[in-house]
Ligand binder design. Structure first.
Ligand SMILES: [Zn+2]
Ligand SMILES: [Zn+2]
Length: 369
């Protein structure tokens, strides 16, 4: 082995209930056609928890993690790594990358849903073959392929918060974009977890007139108020829909409902609580949560628009990153409420055990620990 070569660690997931293993990757094995990132940190997204708990399938073994940031270590030989605004990236540059790379040419890419690209490469979800450079964030190095959206980061934003841009922040940005403008709008936010909290703040910063967060946990309701919600309500309240309606537009109902909880009852509540002509955007139901009955007549007579949003596109990663950086400069103490404990890469079992019992905050896998 070359005495100057460097070895890096990655955490390998073998399936629910199986112990994680640590593998080493040598920098002599890096693929010349990839950008190589030295990972700084990767936060544990709820979907990783679903996978590790066995509630969501996925190929194994795999290197999970898709909310990561790092610095450019090696640039590819055959293409130029550029940020979403088209500027070439430099060695050492701190950046965040999207959850998927897309081709830019297929039907879905041409129709502004690159996250559904027919040649999609997803980070943190594929089967790992020994010797490869991982594409999941629970690794000290990650390879990026052509077509991956990347956004530069300043050094000022802490790693645990910057990571949020890559999944939670960008998904919220996509949801708000799909809902239309928020200026002057009265908005219901279902779910007060990490996405719900970000949504309250982002909707307010975009000029929302009224934001109501619907969340069963009292501490997360209180946090939603700190994040800018005007009201926070408990969905177990039997008269919740009447109350939501009476607050929004004096009984006419809210303009928009943004659903991040994934619960069917939340969706049903949103249909009863938006106004005629209202917009409902569903983003939380990323696992089977049971079906609900819908009366088509209600959609027709109430002229409702119902949209689903899964993942996001490059512009959402960009707007989430800009938003989180500017928010952190203004209100660091608020944003640190979303950051949980930090763990080293060889503490994955401990990190996931902590994350599973700490909903609404992110465990951080720090490569510097
Ligand atoms: Zn995620
Ligand atoms: Zn495509």
């Amino acid at each position: 082995m070359n005495p100057n070569s460097k070895t890096l660690k990655a955490a390998l997931f073998h399936g629910a209930g199986q112990p994680w293993t640590i593998i080493t990757i040598s920098d002599t094995n890096f693929n010349e056609d990839r950008a190589i990132i030295e990972t700084e940190a990767c936060t544990v997204c709820s979907s990783d928890i679903h996978t590790v708990m066995g509630r969501r399938g996925g190929p194994t073994p795999s290197v999970l993690g898709h909310e990561a940031i790092g610095r450019v270590w090696k640039l590819p030989d055959s293409w130029t790594l550029k940020d979403v605004e088209g500027r070439p990236c430099a060695i050492g540059q701190r950046l965040v990358w999207g959850v998927a790379a897309s081709c830019g040419e297929c039907l879905f890419c041409q129709n502004a849903i690159p996250q559904k690209c027919q040649r999609l490469v997803k980070y943190g979800h594929h089967r790992y073959t020994m010797g490869e450079t991982p594409r999941g964030g629970f690794s000290q190095c990650v390879e990026l392929v052509e077509g991956t959206p990347v956004v530069g980061l300043s050094d000022a934003i802490p790693a645990g918060m910057a990571c949020l841009a890559a999944c939670a922040g960008a998904t919220v940005a996509a949801t708000l974009r799909m809902a239309g403008g928020q200026k002057g709008q009265q908005i219901l936010v279902y779910g007060g977890g990490v996405l719900g909290a970000i949504a309250c703040r982002m909707a307010k910063s975009l000029g929302a007139d009224l934001v109501i967060c619907i969340e069963p946990d009292q501490l997360r309701r209180e946090r939603a108020l700190i994040f800018g919600a005007d009201h926070a309500m408990d969905p177990s309240d039997l008269s919740i829909d009447d109350k939501l309606k009476s607050i929004a537009h004096d009984g006419l109902g809210a303009d928009q409902a943004l659903e991040f909880s994934g619960s069917g009852t939340a969706f049903a509540s949103s249909m009863r609580s938006v106004r005629t002509g209202g917009m409902i955007v569903l983003a939380g139901a990323v696992f089977p949560a049971g079906s609900i009955e819908i009366e088509p007549e209600q959609i027709v007579r109430q002229m409702l628009t119902i949209r689903g949003v899964h993942n996001y596109s490059a512009i959402d990663l960009q707007s989430a990153t800009v938003f989180l950086e500017s928010e952190y400069r203004k209100f660091p103490e608020i944003w640190l409420m979303l950051a949980g404990e930090s763990f080293a890469i060889d503490e994955m079992e401990k990190a996931f055990a902590w994350a599973a019992k700490s909903p609404g905050v992110r465990a951080i896998i720090s490569m510097k620990k």
